[in-house]
Design a protein around this ligand. Structure first.
Ligand code: NAP
Ligand code: F7E
Length: 325
């Protein structure tokens, strides 16, 4: 029988799920991923993991499928990364967002509580819970003021995790992660939208890019660094909540300046502001204080903002060149 630790990752086809699977394989885990049924199998981010991870169909909306999966696998650790994660979509589909991103968390916690209460649980909470902040930087004690149906759903997911820890003594952690990016980031998120556009503009300098609020400020880190923090949380003696962030803030305009400069172009010649891309309620600025994670987990980010954006542009250049061929 296998002596390896068994882990279940929901959202394994997403950015973080794919990096976490890479990381846990390197730690010799037996990695299982939960995927939802689709008419086409588009697992681009985990293509390289074929044969190394086992995939199982289940859905955040379906209690039975989750319960059966937990019963079958009896995981040592479960990372709940699945969610409707794009903030603008949460205004278009507020109920679905709540079903996935809020109630989905309870469905997983219920399965653990009833079937395998010693499973260590990680919930993917978000800096979007802080929303309209007045205190800088934000830490574990900063009050929440979410500004989107997504942010509101994540506040629910956070508190239900804390509540199950306190009510049932589950080992349940909430990682409050600030924005983290990579070459595997979805193309609708602003960093990747910009790095892909800059790469395309390098090949076709007539290309323009429509963006919304250039003044929005975020604390952007590298996804690979952040999945390491998730794992560290579950290796502690006691379950707790941690902010994960770099502590450095940049504007959307900074991302554009850096990305276009990296391909020898001036962002001002390419970026067009489109009022239609502004949000009904914006989160103007976020910057995290990860000193608790640094002290208790020994976690530090390793990739700087500049290195992150340049790496993303380079990866997108490779991609667009390959597509052109
Ligand atoms: P992502 O790339 O959008 O991935 C989301 C994952 O959830 C995908 O694998 C998706 O599957 C899956 N999913 C969505 N609905 C599902 C359902 N009904 N049943 C089963 N699976 C479902 O997100 P990410 O950037 O990796 O983020 C991971 C988690 O961290 C999310 O919960 C996100 O809200 C949270 N978070 C992200 C950040 C960040 O900056 N990236 C920061 C804080 C918190 P498909 O491939 O089938 O769509
Ligand atoms: O927007 C502004 C936009 O969509 C960042 C998710 O992973 O991180 C992510 O949420 C900022 C916002 O990420 C465009 O208004 C300007 O202020 O890249 P984003 P997000 O909304 O911060 C958090 C932590 C999560 O938890 C989420 O799951 O950029 N912005 N122009 C734009 N944003 C987009 N997407 N597109 C634009 O054209």
């Amino acid at each position: 029988m296998s002596q390896k630790k068994i882990v279940l990752i929901t959202g394994i086809t997403g950015q973080d799920g794919s990096y976490l699977a890479d990381f846990l394989l390197s730690k010799d885990y037996e990695v299982h991923g939960m995927i939802r049924r689709s008419s086409t199998e588009r697992y681009e981010r985990i293509e390289h993991l074929k044969g190394k991870v086992e995939l199982h169909q289940a859905d955040l909306l379906d209690q039975h499928s989750i319960t059966n999966l937990v019963d079958r696998l009896r995981p040592d650790e479960l990372y709940n990364l699945a969610a409707q994660s794009f903030v603008p979509t949460s205004w278009d589909q507020p109920l679905l967002t709540a079903e996935y991103t809020a109630l989905g968390v309870t469905r997983i916690l219920e399965a653990i509580r009833l079937l395998k209460p010693d499973t260590k649980f990680y919930q993917a909470s978000s800096s979007e819970m802080f929303g309209k902040v007045k205190i800088y930087p934000q830490n574990e004690d900063t009050p929440f003021y979410p500004r989107s149906p997504y942010g509101v759903s994540k506040v629910y997911g956070h508190w239900i995790t804390v509540n199950y820890r306190e009510s049932y003594d589950l080992f349940a952690c909430s990682g409050i992660l600030f924005n983290h990016e990579s070459k595997r980031r979805g193309i609708e998120f602003v960093t990747r939208k910009i790095t892909l556009a800059a790469a395309k503009a390098k090949l076709d300098p007539s290309r323009k890019l429509k963006l919304g609020n250039l003044e929005a400020r975020r604390d952007w880190g590298f996804a690979g660094d952040y999945v390491r923090a998730m794992w560290m949380m579950l290796q502690q003696e006691k379950a707790d909540d941690y902010v994960i962030a770099t502590g450095v803030m940049h504007t959307v305009q900074d991302v554009a300046e850096l990305a276009y400069a990296h391909v020898g172009l001036d962002w001002k010649d390419h970026v067009v502001v489109d009022q239609g891309l502004f949000r009904p309620a914006e989160v103007d600025q976020l910057m995290g204080d990860a000193s608790k994670a640094k002290k208790e987990l020994g976690w530090e980010p390793e990739v700087s903002f500049e290195e992150l954006i340049r790496t993303m542009v380079d990866a997108d250049l490779e991609r667009v060149k390959a597509e052109k061929k």
